[in-house]
Design a protein around this ligand. Structure first.
Ligand code: G6P
Length: 360
């Protein structure tokens, strides 16, 4: 069945490997009989009635929200704010006149997120829950639900749910754009198919990531992830994955922010993992790599075909520039997995963490 490990040593590895399949499943589930991507008309109407969208989430789902904001703003041209659910309740931003709330939650049970949902429902606002679990609390209590169709995610560290969240968010953004009479930004069915293929290529190159983990993360006590633009958000997720399962202290930074403090931490051999998939900031992020290398850092550069430089550590296949997080996160998931393995950590059940946190 879906929830057995089969021949896999860990659920996490199995779930990483399932990502191409999940992409294809999502395309299929969100396609109508004409092969077009579609979302419930009620949800699209709610999107179009909103003057601003508030994404509320925790952990990995929050990181998906940061990327989702880019999708919705760039494609559907609706302003979006992204908030950590545990902060939102007592630190509520000034709301717009017609807010719409989107809760992103793999489990649909996160207490911090639920508390915000209860609060905004009491205020009379509408809410969409994007979740992997049909019938979960946040799904039941929101006005609308969009399902991830990722299958059960057992490993505490979220992998396939993150990429599924991104896929559903981009579909929501593009279907909304279309409903607003905008020119299609791309053929999304095709682009998501390209994503699924690229994911498959990465899943077939596991030894590469095992040796990257061995080279960069076996002995270190810390690691930094840098990126600019959308790559920065992927770096945040990469850092979270690494600290969750390997207990290496890891942080994600915007490349340009390094010199304002974090660069003080760079020592001989400090691993700095740079994500470089965006053309407009390619030179900028490479400048940041030079800065840390000059101070002794050990750079691991994950770039993309067409933007690669000689000596890059790993080059992902080319995908649409807005959709790179769906693919560039896989090397980070796999590197974290192998780092945890090499350090003899309990990959699927890291200490102190729970799969779903049902207390505020
Ligand atoms: C826990 C899990 C994380 C997850 C977060 C939010 O901390 O360990 O992996 O990202 O909760 O969970 P949710 O189910 O709301 O996405």
């Amino acid at each position: 069945s879906d929830i057995e490990k089969g021949t896999y040593p860990h659920y996490m590895l199995k779930e990483i490997d399932e990502q191409p399949l999940v992409m294809r499943k999502i395309i299929q589930k969100y396609q109508n009989d004409n092969g077009e991507l579609t979302i419930d008309q009620e949800i699209i109407t709610a999107m179009n009635e909103a003057d601003r969208i508030y994404i509320i989430a925790a952990g990995t789902s929050y990181h998906a929200g940061l990327v989702g904001k880019q999708f919705i703003e760039k494609l559907a041209k609706i302003p979006v704010e992204v908030h950590i659910s545990s902060e939102f309740g007592y630190n509520m931003p000034m709301l717009s006149e017609k807010p719409l709330f989107i809760f992103i939650t793999q489990s649909g049970e996160t207490a911090d997120s639920r508390a915000v949902l209860v609060q905004v429902k009491e205020m009379g606002y509408k809410a969409i829950t994007i979740t992997n679990v049909q019938g979960s609390t946040l799904s039941r209590e929101a006005d609308y639900t969009l399902l991830l169709h990722a299958g059960p995610e057992i490993a505490v560290a979220s992998t396939k749910a993150y990429t599924a969240q991104l896929a559903v968010l981009v579909i929501l953004a593009e279907v909304t754009a279309k409903s607003r009479g905008m020119e299609p930004n791309f053929n999304l069915v095709r682009e998501l198919g390209i994503i699924a293929n690229a994911m498959e290529v990465l899943c077939d190159e596991k030894e590469e990531f095992e040796s990257i983990a061995r080279e960069f993360l076996t002995v270190t006590r810390n690691a930094f992830f840098i990126g600019r633009g959308i790559d920065f958000y992927v770096g945040l997720e990469g850092a979270l994955k690494l600290k969750e399962i390997s207990y290496i202290q890891a942080e994600g930074f915007a490349g340009g922010e390094l010199k304002h403090g974090t660069i003080a931490l760079i020592e001989e051999g400090t691993p700095v993992i740079a994500i470089a998939t965006q053309e407009i900031v390619n030179l900028g992020i490479r400048g940041n790599v030079k800065e840390v290398v000059a101070r002794g850092a050990n750079p691991c550069i994950i770039s993309m075909k067409g933007l690669e430089f000689e000596g890059d550590t790993f080059i992902i296949p080319e995908v649409h520039e807005l959709l790179t997080p769906l693919v560039s996160v896989l090397p980070l998931q796999l590197i974290s997995y192998y780092a945890a393995l090499h350090r003899d950590c309990d990959v699927d059940k890291p200490r102190n963490l729970a799969k779903s946190v049902t207390v505020e």
